[in-house]
Each structure stands twice: as structure tokens, then as C-alpha cells.
Design a protein around this ligand. Structure first.
Ligand SMILES: Cc1cc2nc3c(=O)[nH]c(=O)nc-3n(C[C@H](O)[C@H](O)[C@H](O)COP(=O)(O)OP(=O)(O)OC[C@H]3O[C@@H](n4cnc5c(N)ncnc54)[C@H](O)[C@@H]3O)c2cc1C
Length: 322
């Protein structure tokens, strides 16, 4: 028997930007709300991977530093005083009966009528390359994300990748690093066009297309890199102090399959109302998949609002049935 005081209308799992917005919106709809987060801090990848990076594509902000956006989102979310549980990873989800969902964490059980999964890309590890000396220099000049720009101040930096993160990082480091080179192995860029044009007009040295890294050089730390053009075979050795590999993440969403959720590709399948295949379970943000899904904060915020509205409808439909 679950005590009424321990029973929530909506429990949001994951306190990244999408989970924070879902918690705010849930309060706005006067739902009794709980927010559960694995880490001791909120903010998701904005804090763990790029707190100092500027973000240019969030609605209402011409530009905002990631950590500042998290401060704003947190302030907004806390207006309706949700219960916030940090340092707890949800490891299990069970539908006890039609209107009671049980979430398991190493610290105990949480009971709720509905759940919104805003868990980002689940457990993830950065994608790596099988090239000489990369792994042995990890921690000594090899980076997969940048929790602080300070270690790169005055350094020569090579960024590998052509997505939004790689391009944004190259631009952000422009005024901090002594020299920035970016190499990109595709013809097409994955980054937004305007940012690519800004990059091409900047002081960043861009090696593109078909350029990638072949070898990391150095004795006990990174001192250089061999980059090469995969089409022409042309090689170049450049002196660098740091290499940032920004070539994506490998995600593990198997745990969600074990909970009974329908997985498509590497995401949780949702209907247009953000419902999953499990009753009372909704999802939003980078973890969801549907035709046309984009991995952006603004898109996730919209999905969070939709998920909360759908959860509220589900809660109200139960009250009418009583
Ligand atoms: C380097 C980089 C730069 C980016 N730049 C931009 C940009 O400029 N603009 C933009 O719009 N997007 C950008 N993105 C994408 C953006 O970060 C994501 O779209 C956004 O973080 C998705 O938010 P989310 O809340 O869904 O996931 P996340 O930010 O990943 O947050 C998910 C949270 O859920 C928690 N969690 C996961 N599993 C559990 C569990 N089982 N139990 C409890 N908690 C759990 C995690 O710890 C995490 O805190 C960038 C991404 C990267 C990697």
C-alpha cells in the first residue's frame, strides 16, 4: 500500500534541460511533481559536457552560456517546489496496476501515477577512434567534451568533427586557445549552416573535406597529430597540445527495453502526444524517437510540454472514471 503523501502525479526522470522544463510545466498544471536525477547536480549534458559553451539556438535567447541557461531553467522549475531527488539513478520501472507505477533506485522505491522519461541518451560513452596513441593519452591532452575551457587557454588545439558541438567549440575556443584547427571528414556539415559560415570566416584553420586524424603524436602527453585526407591520401603533421574528439556518442538504451518500452533505433518510440507503449509512461528530449526528431534543447522543451499535458489528461481521465 503506497502512502498518499509519497504518491506523485508526475515523476520526471532526468534533470537535464528537458526534465527541468517538464518539472516546471508539471507545476504549472498543478500536478504533484517529483524530479529524480542520477547526478548530484541538475542540468544534464549542459553541465557535465559543455557548461561554458555558448548556445545560440534556444528560443528567446540570442546567445546564452550553457550554465546560465541551466540556472534559468532551475529557477523556473523550482517555482512550484517539486520534490527533487539527486544522486539516485532509476534502475527499474514497473506498472503495479493501471494507475500506480513503481520506480526503483538503489536508495529505494518511488510511486507515481505517471512518469516522464527525460533521460537524455541514456548511458553513453563518447565515440572513439582506433588510431595509434589515442587511448594512452586520455587525460593528457585528449578530450571528448569540455567541462571547462581553462585547461586549453593558450594551447594549440585540434578539434575533430563537423557537427554542432565541434563547430561551436572551435568558435568558442577562438579567443581562448592560441590556435585552433578543425578537421572534418565528410563533404556535408552536420552543423547549422550559419555557424559553419561563421567558422569559415573565423581564424580557425579548417581542414575539410575528407580530413581526419590518423595518429596522435607525443611522448607522455599530446604534442602533435597526423591528419590526412582520406580521398587524396595527403598527410600533414601538425603541432598541437590538445585534441578534442567530437564525433558523437555511443548510447546504451538496453535498460529501457528491459522495462518493456518499445525501442526504435537508439530511442524510445513515442506517439505525437509523447506517450510510450506503456500506460502512464511518457518520454521527451534526446531519448525519444519519431520521424523528424531533432536533438535540440528547444525541441525537447516542446516535447516536455506535450508530455505533461498528455500526462495530465491521463490523470484527469482516471479521476472521471472513479
Ligand atoms: C557538446 C554538445 C553541444 C551541444 N550544443 C547544443 C546547442 O548549442 N543547442 C542545442 O539546442 N543543443 C545542443 N546540444 C544538444 C543538447 O545538449 C541536448 O539536446 C540536450 O541536452 C537534451 O536534453 P535532455 O534533458 O533530453 O538530456 P540530457 O541533457 O542528457 O539530460 C538527461 C539527464 O537525465 C539523467 N538520467 C539519465 N538516466 C537516468 C536515470 N536512469 N535515472 C535518473 N536520471 C537519469 C542524466 O544524468 C542527465 O542529467 C549539444 C550537445 C552536445 C553533446
Amino acid at each position: 500500500m503506497v502512502r498518499q503523501s509519497d504518491f506523485y502525479d508526475i515523476t520526471v526522470v532526468g534533470a537535464g534541460p528537458v526534465g527541468l522544463y517538464a518539472a516546471y510545466y508539471s507545476g504549472l498544471r498543478e500536478c504533484k511533481t517529483k524530479l529524480i536525477e542520477t547526478y548530484p547536480h541538475v542540468g544534464g549534458r549542459l553541465i557535465s559536457m559543455y557548461p561554458e559553451k555558448e548556445i545560440f539556438d534556444v528560443a528567446g535567447h540570442r546567445k546564452i552560456v550553457a550554465a546560465e541557461l541551466v540556472r534559468e531553467l532551475t529557477g523556473q522549475a523550482m517555482q512550484y517546489t517539486p520534490t527533487v531527488v539527486l544522486n539516485e539513478r532509476v534502475t527499474g520501472l514497473r506498472i503495479l496496476d493501471e494507475r500506480v507505477i513503481e520506480l526503483t533506485t538503489p536508495a529505494g522505491l518511488h510511486h507515481t501515477q505517471t512518469v516522464i522519461l527525460a533521460v537524455g541518451c541514456g548511458a553513453f560513452v563518447p565515440r572513439k577512434l582506433d588510431i595509434p596513441h589515442l587511448i594512452e593519452f586520455e587525460g593528457n591532452g585528449i578530450y571528448y567534451f569540455l567541462p571547462s575551457f581553462e585547461p586549453l587557454r593558450g594551447k594549440r588545439v585540434l578539434i575533430v568533427g563537423g557537427g554542432n558541438s565541434a563547430v561551436d567549440w572551435a568558435l568558442s575556443l577562438g579567443g581562448i586557445a592560441a590556435e585552433v584547427t578543425l578537421c572534418h571528414r565528410m563533404y556535408k556539415w552536420q552543423a547549422h549552416e550559419a555557424m559553419v559560415h561563421r567558422l569559415l570566416a573565423s581564424s580557425v584553420r579548417v581542414k575539410y573535406p575528407y580530413y581526419t586524424i590518423k595518429e596522435v603524436l607525443g611522448d607522455d602527453k599530446v604534442a602533435g597529430a597526423v591528419i590526412w585526407n582520406e580521398r587524396s591520401g595527403l598527410e600533414e603533421t601538425i603541432a598541437v597540445d590538445a585534441i578534442v574528439l567530437s564525433i558523437g556518442m555511443l548510447t546504451n538504451i538496453e535498460p529501457f527495453r528491459e522495462w518493456g518500452l518499445r525501442i526504435v533505433g537508439s530511442g524510445i518510440a513515442v506517439a505525437p502526444d509523447m506517450s510510450t507503449n506503456l500506460p502512464g509512461v511518457y518520454a521527451a528530449g534526446d531519448i525519444v524517437t519519431y520521424p523528424g526528431k531533432v536533438l535540440l534543447i528547444t525541441a525537447g522543451s516542446g516535447e516536455a510540454a506535450t508530455a505533461v499535458n498528455s500526462a495530465k489528461e491521463y490523470i484527469l481521465s482516471g479521476e472521471l472514471g472513479r
